[in-house]
Design a protein around this ligand. Structure first.
Ligand SMILES: [Zn+2]
Length: 147
């Protein structure tokens, strides 16, 4: 119904209401922290939707690659193909997927580690803490400690 985008605006509006009495720098800092936490939570929720060790987009590319197979020179150990797609993006190309499946192995095992769930969850395991030092310096320079 299109209400989803408005519910996001409501949350931003409520976040602004909670800190609207604060000085502008504190307000902006609180909003920045709110957005960072929201983004972090969204990435964690996105991770729950993964049905494989790689994200849905990468999984879809690999599944589509299984359908279109041509002949190219492969080196599975070096994770390289003469079409250069695998070399460039770290995702097995159609030729590599065909060879990997022929060997009864999983193409996901040949996908670059930075596409995998472990790398994703490590990237978002901890909250990115905002840098409050600049705000403290600003308040100290202006004779205030209103944080
Ligand atoms: Zn290829």
């Amino acid at each position: 119904m299109g209400y989803a985008s408005f519910s996001g605006l409501d949350k931003v509006y409520n976040a602004v209401l909670a800190v609207r009495e604060k000085p502008i720098l504190v307000l902006l800092e609180k909003l920045r922290m709110w957005f960072m936490l929201r983004f972090n939570n969204q990435q964690r929720q996105y991770l729950q939707k993964w049905i494989s060790d790689v994200g849905p987009k990468i999984f879809g590319i690999i599944e589509a690659s299984k359908k279109d197979i041509y002949l190219h020179a492969l080196d599975l150990a070096a994770r390289s193909c003469s079409c250069r797609k695998w070399d460039l993006n770290g995702i097995p190309c159609v030729h590599a997927v065909a060879a990997i499946l022929y060997r009864n192995e999983d193409p996901i095992d040949y996908t670059n580690a930075f596409y995998k769930k472990d790398a994703w969850s490590r990237a978002y395991a901890e909250i990115v803490n905002p840098i409050t030092m600049l705000l403290k310096v600003w308040f100290e320079a202006n004779g205030s400690s209103n944080l």
